[in-house]
Design a protein around this ligand. Sequence first.
Ligand code: IDP
Length: 150
Amino acid sequence: MMERSFVMLKPDAVLRRLMGTVLTRFEERGLKLVAVKMMNISEELAKEHYGEHKEKPFFNDLVSYITSAPVLAMVIEGDDCISLIRKMVGATNPKEADLGTIRGDYALDTGRNIIHASDSPASAKREIALFFNDSEINEYALPDESLIYE
Ligand code: IDP
């Protein structure tokens, strides 16, 4: 089923010049980027986005980290792409992430794990609406879709 996921390269990915490398992985896999923007997240948006963790001991550090420099927020479209992108991203703790995953290849610490990706269709819907207006999401066809999909 065609899905959209919310993906965000966190400040460490931006500052470490990993944006191109990570975007290339999604593009080479055959996924379609339908919205991308660099932005500074306000404290309010950070707290809303990570609301489910507000009682956790790492919450304040997480909000500081995510607001410390720009992020690259995006919407990615593809067949069953929410779970597929989570697989590509790897485990939350990069030391436990498989090699070949984004976190497993480029990160070491849970608190600096370079990327966020929606974990379910409900989260994707909520997160896309938090970061993007409908008018910022681009609908277009890729010319090689018949090569990517059966
Ligand atoms: P996820 O990003 O793999 O979905 P979540 O459990 O939803 O993982 O946690 C959200 C984010 O909060 C993580 O990506 C990481 O940046 C941060 N985080 C989670 N657990 C810890 C922790 O124990 N210490 C520091 N940061 C954490």
